[in-house]
Ligand binder design. Structure first.
Ligand code: BMA
Length: 318
């Protein structure tokens, strides 16, 4: 399977735009996704209003493609009086259902004066939410929780900025409130690589028989701006800090006109997926403007990684 064929864009793309919203919004993009217990697909969409501030609004659908039922007002708004880290809005939600707690944990970017930070909120019904506040200090974003504990601890993938760039880290917590023991998970490459200098987690980790499949975005900065593309890597099931393979090339990049042109052109930015057997429905923001769907096969993604992926010691990081 050619890397360019691993995901096929749904013909209905963009599946959701601001024009369909029941109340005025400027743009809808970067949705978190989950499959509810009744089988419906839920998207928690990032909506940017006409001030530039983002909030979340949920949309549900029976088939995950069409017939979206959209909340008639914002589902979750920023609350700067109680949570000053959300002064300029809440962005890019990633949803993990945690069976042990029977809650959905939403990791999102809280955008405030000190920069973007990773905040968590829990919900059982996507109607009422409990905020757990910031996990660690900014600058940090692109986070999602694994769905279970490892050696008594929850694990969060996130993307802090360090002196050496913007890489994926894993940090542990016994209670989703106290975080520690950060470990580097996946480093950005350097130079001309598609994922040079800046990478970030795309949707939450995907559990497969071969290991944790991680889809991540890489940012290549050009004279005319940034290109956001998606790549893949595989990590050990029991010790998810341990990389098994990393794809050398991107597997999905901006190609369609709705990805090439928009508020921020040349961006594909997935924050959520659902599974139906081997089929993955990947939900992504296109050009920070609309919501799109790409469909693939977990088996084919894994086969591609086994065939073309590099051993961690062969990955060129300099
Ligand atoms: C990233 C995030 C995303 C956005 C992307 C492209 O840093 O802020 O929300 O989609 O940039 O603008």
């Amino acid at each position: 399977m050619n890397r360019g064929e691993l995901f096929r864009r749904d013909p209905a793309n963009p599946i959701l735009t601001a024009a369909e919203w029941p109340y005025p919004v400027h743009s809808v993009f970067n949705p978190g996704a989950t499959k509810l217990k009744d089988g419906r697909t839920l998207l928690l969409c990032r909506c940017e209003d006409h001030r530039g501030i983002s909030h979340f609004c949920k949309a549900t659908s029976d088939d995950g493609i069409s017939g979206w039922q959209i909340d008639r007002s914002p589902t979750l708004q920023h609350e700067p009086d109680n949570f000053p880290e959300e002064l300029w809005g809440i962005e890019d939600p990633r949803i993990t259902y945690v069976p042990e707690l029977d809650v959905y944990v939403i990791a999102y970017t809280a955008f405030g004066k000190v920069g973007p930070g990773v905040a968590l909120a829990t919900t059982k019904d996507f109607v009422t939410f409990e905020r757990l506040g910031l996990t660690m200090q900014p600058d940090d974003k692109d986070a999602a929780l694994f769905p279970r504990r490892f050696d008594d601890n929850f694990l969060l993938v996130h993307r802090p900025i360090s002196a050496d760039g913007a890489d994926l880290w894993i940090t542990e917590s016994p209670d989703l409130k106290n975080w520690g023991r950060p470990t580097l998970m996946l480093k950005a490459r350097k130079g001309a690589w598609w994922d040079a200098n800046k990478v970030g987690l795309s949707p939450p980790p995907i559990e497969t028989s071969d290991g944790w499949l991680i889809l991540y975005h890489g940012v290549r900065v050009h004279a005319s701006g940034s290109l956001y593309r998606v790549g893949a890597a595989l990590f050990d099931l029991e010790t998810p800090h341990t990389m098994i393979r990393r794809g050398p090339s991107w597997i999905m990049g901006p190609e369609a006109s709705y990805e090439r042109m928009g508020d921020v052109s040349n961006v594909v930015f997935p924050c959520g997926y659902t599974l139906s057997g081997d089929t993955i429905f990947l939900y992504y923001g296109a050009a920070d403007t609309s919501i799109c769907l790409a469909i693939g096969s977990i088996r084919q993604l894994l086969d591609w990684l086994w065939q073309y992926g590099e051993h961690p010691e062969d990955v060129q990081l300099f």
